[in-house]
Design a protein around this ligand. Sequence first.
Ligand code: AMP
Length: 548
Amino acid sequence: MAKLSYAHGASERPLLGETIGANLAATAARQPDHEALVDVRSGRRCTYAELLQWSRRVARGLVAAGVDKGDRVAIWSPNCPEWVALQFGSALIGAILVNVNPAYRTSELEYVLRQSGVKLLVSAVSYRTSDYRAMVEEVRPRVTGLQQVVFIGDPTWNEFEAAGDDIGDGVLAEAEANLAFDEPINIQYTSGTTGFPKGATLSHHNILNNGFFVADLLGYTDADRVCLPVPFYHCFGMVMGNLGCTTHGSTIVIPAPLFDPVATLQAVQEERCTSLYGVPTMFIAELAVEGFERYDLTSLRTGLMAGSLCPVEVMKRVQAEMHMTEVGIAYGMTETSPVSTQTRAGDDLEQRTATVGCVMPHVEVKIVDPDTGLVVPVGTPGEVCTRGYSVMLGYWDEPEMTAEVIDPARWMHTGDLAMMREDGYVNIVGRIKDLVIRGGENIYPREIEEFLYTHPDVADVAVIGVPDEKYGEELVAWIKLRPSAPPIDAAGLREFCQGRIAHHKIPRYVRLVEEFPMTVTGKIRKVEMRQVSTEELELISAARTVTT
Ligand code: AMP
């Protein structure tokens, strides 16, 4: 019988059986004077002793505000040091931190504050074009459970912190002693590319261990300085980044509040970062910065690329031109804390480019036939399922939706389509929904995108399917050209593809764009692209009907 697509990450390194607060305290005791956090923009820095002290002050502020264990405290802000202090401060007393996407607008904000029953909201005042204060004031009367709003960088933040100064250390110690590591500590609303956002509810155990093992596989020590242009509101920032660092005594470097490619390169150079995180589009933007070659990135040795598939060409440049020879690829989703598979330090280029690594320590992964639920033989595509310490507790207050994705045996069904190889490495071939069927042929957009990245004028590309009368679906390639490249049209692209990929895989339409519609976590919103292209193409065909 053929080997089945199942892998268990057996490991001699035990899981951490403690709360997030206890783990931070242990790191601070081990290396109090080591730098924990650097905010490049404001120049603020703190050591581990200072980070712990600050987090405890925030925890006391929460207690003074009437926040108890299990109460929900939301944070709505781009990356900043207060975000980190609140992450640890809330964990110290067992308050559940609700991460709110800074790209949300009022209706989404209202929805998540109400859905999770937030008692206290910590918000940015404003950033770039986002007037957070005005949006909070608009929503506030409609969220009845919301008792207090604190604005970062405003007197309300100082008052909030100071209000806790009379709370004795004993109160905090008692609160800490009453926590269990399996209790919920964080709610993250998933991207919500379709329908209402769902609040993935994660425990100390879920995220502390995931951060720990992600960083462990990258070989972090206290000598590592990790540049985090990825958002804290998502696991990539607050788990793989912040908890990855604090569990290993490494330094968190915040290059800018929101992603900025120039600020990222500057931060790596000035802070001598050893590791850099990003979704592939961030790396693409960094590589395209004017004068890229003038930045000294030689301090980098590792980093992580995750969140969507990394084009081979980009990976090659990241290793060669950004010196990230040990860069890892991670695959996962919010509901699994997030990482389920990751490449290993010794992996070769092929493993790092053709796969998303193999199963994480202590985690199980299997690939099943989505129709029958049976595990498929290696080399056969199917749905990825994950089980283990990393699977979320459930969607907040949505038991039915939870039951749709976590089966009775506690397997999380990811909705991602992948193949497991003989060596246990996993190759993502698309999302179950991201499959284009043209004339009965299954086409995985990923494959076409990889191919189009080899075009010399293409900086970035995303391929979608749109409805077509004759074939059912047709392919559209959205293309971002390299600076000063000549425009490409469908005929030019066809010529490039002809004879090199199968005819049915050649995109029928090309749309040149400056940007893709993105979620804050850097995922391309294919649903939105599909709508735009479908409407545009309908207009074209309507125009044709008139003129012929
Ligand atoms: P999120 O919950 O926002 O982290 O999104 C999770 C989804 O992102 C997964 O279900 C995958 O579809 C996709 N994803 C995450 N990491 C990768 C990766 N390395 N390669 C391909 N897709 C990924």
